[in-house]
Design a protein around this ligand. Sequence first.
Ligand code: NAP
Length: 248
Amino acid sequence: MPDLNGQVVVVTGASSGIGAELAIEASNAGAKVVLAARRLERLRQVANACAGEHRVVAADLTSAADRQSLVDRTLEKFERIDILFNNAGLGAYGHFIDSMESDWRGLFEINLFAPVLLTKLVLPHMIARGSGTIVNLASIGGLVAHSDRVCAYVASKHALVGFSRGLAKDLVDTGVRVLVACPHLTDTEFFTVSPGADQMASLVEKFRASMDAPREVARGILDQLDSEHPIVFPTAKPAAAYAKQKDI
Ligand SMILES: NC(=O)c1ccc[n+]([C@@H]2O[C@H](COP(=O)([O-])OP(=O)(O)OC[C@H]3O[C@@H](n4cnc5c(N)ncnc54)[C@H](OP(=O)(O)O)[C@@H]3O)[C@@H](O)[C@H]2O)c1
């Protein structure tokens, strides 16, 4: 685990799953953590498990005002941001032919535009200080089409990987780094709260035993924060899945 002593870390989607574990583990590693998501009570529960200084900010990341308030409240308390985890996200299940325009727009709001626009607010502070790390939570589905009936999700995560790669090029020589973490199936609420999840319930049950645990995924990401390569596979499973499917 890296030494994050005194580093200011913002985690979106910190109320459950991978984001909650990122917040707790970063706090255990010495970071000052800002936890953001919509469910305030759940954020408070996660914050109680954080060892160090922290702030909880209720925010809908698809709202411009909430994104601005997250940045303002972080700077007000901790005066800088060293690491931004753009982790909040949703899945979407169903055949493309049955999807509505509103499904696509809603998914891209949280999976692409929220991280892009939050990054836009945070970057000037990082660039002015000449250091910082942006970590975008994509998916193995951001690199390959890992399944059927997840077309919009795969498209949104490919877009997030593309954004991360492009941004890394724009930030060369600024001291700010960009990573994009690509987990595989991870046992979180993602499979119950995402639109269309009920259609996938029996399939998810079949795969549950082989899923990664969110804590392993969080630790895998934190362990690779110094990675020179922007694409980070948090555990061996997504790395193996990518090796198998990358030519498809
Ligand atoms: N689980 C997997 O198999 C898997 C695999 C690859 C990648 N990922 C990616 O990993 C990330 C975390 O997912 P997870 O598996 O940990 O799922 P999760 O347990 O469902 O967590 C998702 C988080 O996103 C937050 N969120 C959703 N919409 C939001 C909004 N509009 N504003 C603010 N926060 C919002 C949720 O909080 P509130 O509901 O409280 O707002 C929650 O904290 C996602 O980007 C996901 O695509 C997951």
